[in-house]
Ligand binder design. Structure first.
Ligand code: ATP
Ligand code: MG
Length: 267
């Protein structure tokens, strides 16, 4: 597999407004952040604070009818100015995405191996159907799947929730993207598999220099993987800082409350 060039993410003053029958919801409200090659930025924040909307908007998927302002620069290119065709060349190839709901990342009608082969062919990472199919089990194995050949031949509904989650991770990493956006990628996993997936991410950060933007609710996960943490509340980043400092001595009262409320927090 060809390793991609590392990517640098620079989000500037991003605002995303959803229209709902009950009125407008400003899910992301003036967010700026950067993620450098080889760096992991973890987003923490209560349910509804806008983490997933932010993650999806970086991929150009803010949601139907959403209004977006600001800039999302990927190594210098503002993704918000690209048309759908140019964006689909970026998605899956330069930027991998693990959606919060793993079922949203898989086609229920097609075998997992065929879905991985398709993304390899679409982005010309594999040069033939045969090479693409042969590559799928190894990619599943890298994502922590213990029976990769069987899983490759299975439809998503024939897998456990944890296997589906790892299949989505394998799909997101198949084309060796320079930036990975992962929305609660370890939530459905047991402790052992979670540790394996985090080891995989850590290896990609240090060895391949990928940039990682990850959403989690789990402070232990943040501690394990993050270089920096950003705390979101009501669409805004209220505090951002190095992981050691933010999780042990947060300065914003909301960040302190959030950290203290978690098992494994300072209290
Ligand atoms: N497609 C959409 N249409 C309308 N409103 C939406 C849409 N997606 C999200 N919202 C609203 O935007 C706000 C932020 O939602 P979002 O899913 O980004 O939060 P979150 O921080 O990811 O929450 P969680 O931790 O529960 O996953 C919420 O008020 C939500 O109701
Ligand atoms: Mg979410």
């Amino acid at each position: 597999m060809t390793a991609r060039a590392p990517e640098h993410l620079d989000v500037q003053d991003l605002t995303v407004t959803h229209s709902t029958p009950g009125g407008d919801v400003r899910a992301v409200d003036g967010v700026s952040l950067t993620v450098a090659p080889g760096e992991a930025l973890v987003l923490l924040g209560e349910s509804g604070s806008g983490k997933s909307t932010l993650a999806r908007t970086v991929l150009g998927l803010p949601g139907h009818g959403a209004r977006v302002r600001g800039a999302v620069r990927l190594s210098g290119t503002d993704l918000l100015t690209l048309d759908e065709r140019a964006l689909s060349d970026v998605r899956g190839r330069r930027v991998g995405y693990v959606p919060q709901d793993p079922d949203a990342g898989l086609d229920p009608l097609r075998k997992v191996g065929a879905q991985i082969a398709e993304v390899l062919l679409r982005h010309r990472v594999a040069d033939s159907r045969r090479t693409a199919r042969l590559a799928a089990p190894a990619l599943l194995e890298e994502a922590g799947i213990t029976e990769p050949a069987r899983v490759a031949r299975s439809h998503p509904h024939q897998l456990s929730g944890g296997q589906r989650q790892r299949a989505v991770i394998a799909l997101a990493l198949a084309c060796a993207p320079g930036l990975l956006i992962a929305d609660e990628p370890t939530t459905a996993l047991d402790a052992l598999v979670r540790a394996r997936v985090l080891d995989l991410f850590a290896g990609l950060l240090t060895e391949k220099g990928i940039a990682l933007l990850m959403v989690t609710h789990d402070i232990a996960v943040a501690r394990r993987i993050a270089d920096r943490v950003a705390v979101m509340r009501a669409g805004r980043i209220v505090e951002t800082g190095p992981v050691g400092q933010l999780l042990t001595a947060p300065s914003h009262p909301y960040a302190a409350e959030l950290v203290a409320a978690q098992p494994g927090g300072p209290r």
